[in-house]
Design a protein around this ligand. Structure first.
Ligand code: SAH
Length: 244
């Protein structure tokens, strides 16, 4: 029996933002693996085994998924948003690199709506010009790398989407990030705090960076720092398509 491994993005939360391609993969799966809150978004049914696991167990989860697929199962690994953005797709390929015996498995990556695009759409078009995305978690990279990337992104005048801004185990990083951006002369930039976009808990706040407070973000918030030309028109915020 030939197994398959699909790495799928569930989007930011709303059912309406799950792509038909991902729904079809979930409907024909035998096994779903993922971080427990994401697996909980999959409707249980007979014949479907759910394998929730903890945060920070990505590599083990990826290896388990490859093994199940090699045994003939139809495995879907779920991420929130897009699986290629700070999520499981890279973990699966890391596991595959370490396990040549599984190189010939049938593997697909199915895109999803990533948090920064869902957030940007709510407020207008803050990512309409050049932008970058930075993961503020220092679980897998030194904090010095994060600081350097923030400084250079500010210097290059990118709009900056910040994922994983703040958590109970990392209460101070985001405060430091705000400081770094202020030092880089970004005080007059507009900042968007988009929390739990497309869920019933959705909340969007905006501020100038000089007035931004660390408590405005938590683990369910995607922060977008505008570029120097980003402007507000009534309730909308957008980045013009041209640069000075
Ligand atoms: N693969 C995911 C990102 C995983 S990292 C994606 O493509 O969206 C987790 C971070 O994503 C969170 O800390 C938060 O910054 C952001 N995030 C995920 N879902 C979100 C949502 N519905 N609203 C706002 N931010 C979200």
């Amino acid at each position: 029996m030939t197994g398959t491994l699909t790495i799928a993005g569930l989007g930011p939360g709303s059912e309406a933002l799950v792509t038909p391609e991902v729904s079809a993969a979930l409907a024909s799966a035998t096994d779903i693996l993922g971080y427990a809150p994401y697996v909980a978004r999959v409707v249980p049914r007979a014949g479907l085994a759910l394998h929730p696991s903890d945060n920070r167990e990505e590599l083990q989860r990826a290896t388990d998924a490859l093994r199940l697929a090699s045994e003939g199962r139809h495995v879907v690994v779920v991420s929130s948003g897009d699986p290629g953005v700070f999520a499981m797709a890279s973990a699966v390929f890391e596991a595959l690199e370490a396990a040549p015996q599984w190189r010939d498995l049938s593997i697909r990556v199915l895109p999803g709506v990533t948090a920064m695009f869902a957030a940007a759409a709510r407020i207008g078009a803050p990512l309409g010009h050049d932008f970058c995305a930075i993961n503020l978690s220092d679980n897998l990279k030194p904090w010095a790398v994060i600081e350097r990337r923030l400084r250079l992104a500010a210097e290059a005048d990118f709009a900056i989407a910040i994922y994983n801004p703040r958590s109970a185990s990392r209460p101070d990083g985001f405060a430091r990030a705000i400081e770094i951006l202020r030092e880089a002369d970004c005080g007059e930039r507009l900042v968007i705090f988009a929390r739990a976009v497309s869920t019933p808990d959705e909340k969007i706040e905006t501020a100038f960076l000089r007035d931004a407070r660390p408590e405005m973000a938590d683990m369910r918030t995607l922060v977008i720092v505008g570029n120097s030309a980003t402007r507000r028109i009534g309730r909308w915020i957008y980045a013009p398509r041209h640069a000075r």
